[in-house]
Ligand binder design. Structure first.
Ligand code: GTP
Ligand code: MG
Length: 427
């Protein structure tokens, strides 16, 4: 099929002009803001971490809301993902928050496949967005976007090093989602141990090539705070919805016999840093990175897998029609091949069955002939026996008659009654 060469368009000339007076397009950012606010926002957080590591408590503390208190058991046969959506409102901003938890993570003896359900879940969300995009009548505007914007990876505060489950899982996820590693229950590890643990985690992530989410430093307004925060990763957090009196204020805290851990005290843990980075500074960047980096990669790989190319070897522009036809032909020839294979298999099966039946028929014939032969032989034998018996009977009768005649003669000769003999015969 021939395609027309695209005509070269002359490059548009760019000249900067100064305005004669107020026009009004400086309200564009405000228009954008008001449109976004009226549409509302969506944010999806994936919490990956072992059962009981403090996922729900941290989510409740971050959003200052009691979402759910249901605990998972340690007896799940595998890992599954549980998603729950909530409608939140702060001032005039609506946020549809979806929290996805890994249930049963780290509870199986064999943890080799534990990352798979997580990867599959993320891919499924990308796939449904892609399917919507590929529709002729798309409604991306009101489509419930379930793609994961941030993955909080909860690390157990062992003080040693990362578990291989953590390394493998993070490695599998890093090209699909923005990973923010956090050391959970940071109040259970001493300050000096925590410091060493954080350094160890980062060096292990680097040496294993795990790409975690870096807070962006290209926007001047947040470059400084973001670069400072990048150096604090992984955040060591404490979660709690309980309150304790500190001074004359009630604060979120965990109380121990020896003292109080204040969740929002930066000397006690990095909770505030996490909230600042995740919600207050970089929520929009996390949403954007999900779309422009992770989803883009998924989409590219998927479309390439489906046979779409931007340019063919001769560098002609991409043609949807050609790709479709090529794919269709490939599919049809594959189908024909399969059909032919099935037909041949069917013929071979029929032949096999036919031969089987013929063999069985022959066996039956042979059996019948054998039976017939045996029957005839038996009949002949019986016939012979009957003849022998008849001859014997005739001989016997003749002998009997001869004996009677002889008896008659002797009776007449002696004049006696043949009493005894007659009696014997009767008996
Ligand atoms: P599942 O959903 O059942 O897997 O558990 P989870 O990961 O959601 O943990 P959850 O928030 O239910 O917390 C489990 C236990 O850990 C509770 O007793 C919490 O009070 C406690 N916990 C939560 N956060 C912290 C923390 O930062 N430090 C300490 N020491 N304990 C915590
Ligand atoms: Mg929970």
């Amino acid at each position: 099929m021939e395609t027309a060469e695209p005509e070269q368009q002359p490059a548009a000339e760019n000249r900067s002009q100064s305005l004669g007076g107020h026009v009004g397009f400086d309200s564009l950012p405000d228009q954008l803001v008001s449109k976004s606010v009226s549409q509302g926002f969506g944010f999806n957080i994936l919490c990956v971490g072992e059962t009981g590591i403090g996922k729900s408590t941290l989510m409740n503390t971050l959003f200052n809301t009691m979402f759910e208190t249901e605990e998972a058991t340690h007896h799940e046969p595998g890992v599954r993902l549980k998603s729950q959506s909530y409608g939140l409102k702060e001032t005039n901003v609506d946020l549809k928050l979806t929290i996805i938890n890994t249930v049963g993570f780290g509870d199986q003896v064999n943890k080799e496949e534990s990352y798979k359900p997580v990867v599959d879940y993320i891919d499924t969300q990308f796939e449904s967005y892609l399917q919507e995009e590929l529709k002729i009548r798309r409604s991306l505007h009101d489509f419930h976007d379930t793609r994961i914007h941030a993955c909080l990876y909860f690390i157990v505060p062992t003080g040693h090093c990362l578990k291989s489950l953590d390394l493998v899982t993070m490695k599998k996820l890093d090209s699909k989602v923005n990973i923010i590693p956090i050391v959970a229950k940071a109040d259970t590890i001493s300050k000096s141990e925590l410091h060493k643990f954080k350094i160890k985690i980062m060096s292990e992530l680097v040496s294993n090539g795990v790409q975690i989410y870096q807070f962006p430093t290209d926007d001047e307004a947040v470059a400084e705070i973001n670069s400072t925060m990048n150096a604090h990763l992984p955040f060591a957090v404490v979660g709690s919805m309980e309150e304790a009196k500190v001074g004359n204020k009630m604060v979120k805290a965990r109380q121990y016999p020896w003292g109080i851990v204040q969740v929002e005290n930066e000397n006690h843990c990095d909770f505030v840093k996490l909230r600042e980075m995740l919600i207050r500074v970089n929520m929009e960047d996390l949403r954007e990175q999900t779309h422009t980096r992770h989803y883009e990669l998924y989409r590219r790989c998927k479309l390439e897998e489906m046979g779409f190319k931007d340019t063919d070897p001769d560098s002609k522009p991409f043609s949807l029609q050609e790709t479709y036809e090529a794919k269709r032909n490939e599919f049809m020839s594959e189908l024909q091949k399969k059909e032919e294979e099935m037909r041949q298999m069917f013929v071979a099966r029929v032949k096999e069955t036919e031969m089987d039946l013929k063999e069985k028929e022959k066996e039956l014939h042979d059996q019948f002939d054998q039976l017939k032969k045996t029957h005839q032989e038996e009949k002949k034998r019986l016939e012979e026996k009957r003849r022998d018996l008849e001859e014997e009977m005739n001989a016997f009768n003749q002998r009997r008659m001869a004996a009677q005649t002889l008896q008659g003669h002797s009776f007449m000769a002696t004049g006696q009654q043949p009493l005894k003999k007659d009696k014997d015969r009767k008996n």
